[in-house]
Write a protein that binds this ligand. Structure first.
Ligand code: PLP
Length: 394
């Protein structure tokens, strides 16, 4: 009985573990590391949100909620989305509360994909869409995006990847790992292809509040004819510094929500009530702290961007989320070698760009949700690393 792997499903065996986690298991065993690694706010959840959860416990709210989530939370979500997009989602039929956006991604693929259906995933991409597709028997099709296009998804690059089997386009802007955004006109350019090929759009808007551009985030769902085609995902992890609470949600057509809720009720039952109570408070009264956090990230975004440029790393200016994605090719190393050696020699942890897909090769993801002192020290250490290792004199 020692070859236990033979019992595992072929599908799960074929999936590689997350490259981010693999890297950070190494980091966790080292001392004195400055981590620009895990994509997580460095703020603690604002006090009034924590207090709302404590208060709900004190009042004895410790039971299951409706599978779809607390009605008051679904109402707040519908109100919030109406304010942001002008779209009205029915809290009864078109909103589902999930265990983070992570669960929502899984539910959407499982509810919508038939074996062999293709999912178009703009790359470099957050790490869960491709495995999520495969686990739901679909086929992940990477669509490259480029530094020179500010990592926007271009219509011609999308069109080149569409086949008769394409069913879902993933749009995840602002982007993890690049910090790219898609403006209204960028999104409009994709509509003819989406409509002509009858695609659905899985729009992951978890960084929608974290933007540093003159226009606020625009959801593709708000464009003509797109509400019904869009499965809009969002959550509390990033904007409200609530990663540990595990609350996200989906807004979509009632038929899609019904199908996703079927899977959710048999696998999860419901999101934890304490987190849902906290999320209600976040939407009702969390705007001011959230804006302060965004202002603070913006300061650190500029600090990191200018720092990288000053040490000779070329870097696209991110306009959303909390990541810089510098081009590390000046080092003459590939992404894995660069991040491995930087960690060993200088004790700075960044994520190799290739874990976000082949088009991330030659880059590294650095999260600026770190302290100002750590960002400054990391840039110093990276500068001295590059002076030692660069192909070109810096
Ligand atoms: N979507 C993107 C683009 C992310 O970057 C992350 C986390 O890093 C998630 C989803 C997962 O979010 P949640 O904490 O809501 O599961």
């Amino acid at each position: 009985m020692n070859d236990m792997k033979k019992y595992l499903s072929e599908t799960v065996r074929a999936i590689a573990p997350s490259g981010i986690r693999k890297f950070f298991d190494i980091v966790a065993k080292m001392d004195d590391v400055i981590s620009l690694g895990v994509g997580e706010p460095d703020f603690v959840t604002p006090w009034h949100i924590r207090e709302a959860a404590l208060y709900s416990l004190e009042k004895g709210y410790t039971m299951y909620t409706s599978n779809q989530g607390l009605p008051e939370l679904r109402e707040e979500i519908a109100r919030f989305k109406e304010k942001k997009t002008g779209l009205r989602y029915s809290p009864e039929k078109e909103v589902l509360v999930t265990i983070g956006v992570s669960e929502a991604v899984d539910l959407a693929f499982r509810a919508l994909l038939a074996p062999g259906d293709e999912v178009l995933i703009p790359e470099p991409s957050y790490v869960s869409y491709a495995p999520g597709t495969v686990l739901a028997s679909g086929k992940a099709v990477p669509v490259p995006t480029y530094d020179g296009d500010q990592y926007k998804l271009k219509a011609e690059n999308l069109e080149a990847c569409v086949t008769g089997k394409s069913k879902i386009l993933v749009l995840a802007y602002p982007s993890n790992p690049t910090g790219a955004i898609m403006t209204k006109s960028d999104l409009e350019a994709l509509l003819p292809i989406i409509i002509k090929n009858d695609l659905l759009v899985l729009s992951d808007e978890i960084y929608g509040e974290l933007t540093y551009y003159e226009e606020p985030h625009v959801s593709i769902a708000a464009l003509p004819g797109m509400k019904e085609r869009t499965i809009m995902l969002d959550g509390f992890s990033k904007a409200y510094a609530m990663t540990g609470w595990r609350i996200g949600y989906v807004c979509a057509h009632a038929d899609f929500i019904g199908a996703m809720n079927k899977i959710h009720q048999y696998t999860i039952m419901c999101a934890p009530i304490m987190g849902q109570k906290a999320a209600v408070e976040a939407l009702r009264n969390g705007d001011k702290e959230m804006r302060n956090m965004v202002e603070n990230y913006d300061y650190r975004r500029k600090l990191m961007l200018n720092g990288f440029r000053s040490i000779g790393l070329s870097c696209f200016e991110p306009q959303g989320a909390f990541y810089c994605f510098p081009d590390i090719s000046v080092s003459g190393m590939n992404s894995e070698e660069f991040c491995q050696l930087l960690l060993e020699e200088k004790r700075v942890a960044a994520v190799p760009g290739n874990v976000f897909g082949v088009s991330g090769e030659g880059f590294a993801r650095c999260c600026y949700a770190a302290s100002v002192a750590d960002i400054e020290e990391a840039i110093d250490r990276m500068g001295s690393f590059l002076r030692l290792h660069s192909r070109e004199a810096i």
